[in-house]
Design a protein around this ligand. Structure first.
Ligand code: HEC
Ligand code: HEC
Length: 347
């Protein structure tokens, strides 16, 4: 009799516990469940599918976003103490070298040839630094040959940390001062407003259905995560290249002057127009083109074949320098295109 009672007792106990568990679970699931629309952040979907939290995740406020936006576009903001902050760099703002808009039609490849007409249509420049759009969705920064170029401890830390990358760029790329913790938080808060959403990935209706349906099955989550990541790059690849051994022959590719014109206007003039970040002024006049042309075949840092793959270096007393273009930011074909344009315009 006692046993019988016990059995009943534990039986109903188990039922109650199970019911509680199931209802508790379903509440938890619907809480974190994304809406699966074009506006749903990719990061939210990945988190829902079990992705570990990113180190650069942070609690953001509108005020913090605004401060970050001002630092990125203007170089300073009004700090938490109500005072105007100091310029991060005397020479550049972040947008001297980075866009904040999407710059690739296909997020699965980093192809400068596809990028050029794409940024042109948007009316934004074609630059050495990678866009900040989607930067929080990357998993490493300063990749490939940048790791080799900078080497050492700084790059080691930056390669795996967006916070450290921002700091490295403030000090190295921008030749500026180290940023304070709140400034980095602010820039990150702004970067989070630029994250990829499902709509950016070009998913088909079937893809959306697959996500919605299969995401509730535990064993499919890891698969779905890696599947979703095939729609965009998790890093901005960077491979450096050299000047051709014979500058007269160049890279042996036929230049297209019309493409060269776009490169000149969307890239070189972004920094070299009057009032830009460089003392070396370029414009659409014959003198500019004649000067550039006279250097092409020379063994000079001013040759297109040298300035593009190697840039210039910051030296004491003259800190502004020109960042070089990795192959993913300007192809050899595009260097020839620029040459063709410069040669045509100097005639
Ligand atoms: C003079 C040019 C220049 C300026 C100014 C500049 N950067 Fe950069 N930055 C670069 C280059 C070149 C890279 C190399 C990697 C890339 O973006 O492809 C880079 C890389 C980065 C990266 C890593 C990107 C990646 O995915 O690998 C971050 C983050 C970054 N910069 C943040 C900033 C911030 C924030 C500022 C302003 C405070 C800034 N940068 C100013 C040129 C610049
Ligand atoms: C992100 C800004 C930026 C972009 C884009 C850029 N440059 Fe520069 N460039 C500079 C800076 C800064 C210098 C350093 C010279 C100075 O201090 O003014 C420089 C230096 C040069 C020099 C050497 C000038 C000298 O007096 O030694 C040449 C030549 C040059 N750039 C050509 C180009 C060409 C061609 C392009 C387009 C393919 C280009 N630059 C794109 C910023 C830029």
């Amino acid at each position: 009799m006692e046993k019988h009672f016990d059995f009943h007792h534990s039986f109903w106990g188990v039922v109650v516990v199970l019911l509680l568990l199931v209802s508790g679970l379903s509440v938890a699931l619907s809480d974190g469940k994304p809406e699966w629309t074009a506006a749903t952040p990719v990061y939210q979907v990945l988190r829902y599918l079990g992705e570990p939290k990113a180190d650069h995740e942070l609690r953001s406020t509108e005020r913090l976003v605004k401060m970050g936006e001002e630092i990125v576009h203007r170089g300073y903001t009004v700090g938490p103490d109500g005072k105007r902050s100091r310029y991060v760099s005397k020479y550049y703002v972040c947008t001297s070298c980075h866009n904040v808009q999407r710059e690739d039609p296909d997020l699965r490849v980093s192809d400068p040839e596809a990028r050029l007409p794409y940024v042109k249509a948007k009316g934004i420049p074609f630059l050495q630094g990678t866009t900040f759009r989607g930067i929080v969705n990357r998993e490493s920064w300063y990749n490939d040959d940048y790791v080799k170029k900078y080497g050492g401890e700084a790059i080691g830390k930056a390669h795996k940390s967006l916070r450290e990358s921002i700091q490295l760029c403030a000090v190295q790329c921008s030749q500026g001062r180290p940023m304070e913790r709140w400034e980095i938080d602010a820039v990150l808060a702004y970067f989070w407003t630029l994250q990829w959403t499902l709509g950016d990935l070009g998913l088909s209706e079937e893809d959306y259905q697959k996500l919605r349906k299969e995401s509730s099955v535990q064993r499919d989550k890891e698969y779905l995560r890696s599947w979703l990541k095939t729609f965009y790059l998790q890093k901005s690849p960077a491979h450096f290249f050299d000047a051709p051994p014979d500058k007269r022959k160049g890279y042996g590719l036929k230049g297209r002057a019309a493409v060269g014109k776009d490169l000149y206007e969307l890239s070189c003039l972004h920094c070299h127009k009057a009032g830009g970040v460089s003392h070396y002024i370029l414009d659409e006049g014959k003198l500019s083109f004649k000067h550039l042309k006279s250097k092409i075949e020379k063994d000079s840092h001013m040759s297109l074949y040298q300035i593009i793959p190697y840039g210039t270096y910051a030296i004491p007393g003259h800190r502004p320098y020109m960042p070089h273009y990795p192959l993913e930011r300007m192809s050899k074909q595009q260097v020839e295109d620029l040459r063709a344009f410069v040669e045509r315009m100097s005639k």
